[in-house]
Design a protein around this ligand. Sequence first.
Ligand code: CMP
Length: 151
Amino acid sequence: MAVEKTLSIIKPDGVAKNIIGKIISRFESQGFCIAAMRMQKLSLQEAEGFYAEHRERAFFADLVKYMTSGPVILMVLEGEDAVAKNREIMGATDPKKAAEGTLRRDFADSIEANVVHGSDSPQSACREVSYFFRKSEILRPCCGGQCGCKS
Ligand code: CMP
């Protein structure tokens, strides 16, 4: 299995619920290394650009409004098979469908306020990591530069 990077976001509801530490603890205890991290309030433009693939969806305007409603935690996680493993830890998008022991099952209130975001493929991980982080901001490249995106 390859060592990969993936983008993780603790969404405004996760930050507001004071469960930042609990979420990060799950990532660390599952073997992830946090390569970069910061708290930020997304602008409208940043949220729209990040979720551009959903622009035509009925929930797009609400999603952008929600993602800009409060600060988020942006993280680059690194580890073996990081993209798939992060999605396993998060659980299904809709918390009602998420498996027991997943972050969304344990902490999320709705399909929109679902506590965390994670890249859905290695390709989107590359786009999403570089959307929010310059290379110089990835201060702890845990794989020693052996993993990651081409450009
Ligand atoms: P996320 O993993 O961040 O990727 C896209 C987000 O859109 C998703 O989590 C949800 O928060 C949101 N989303 C997806 N489907 C719906 C839906 N049917 N209704 C409202 N929000 C949705």
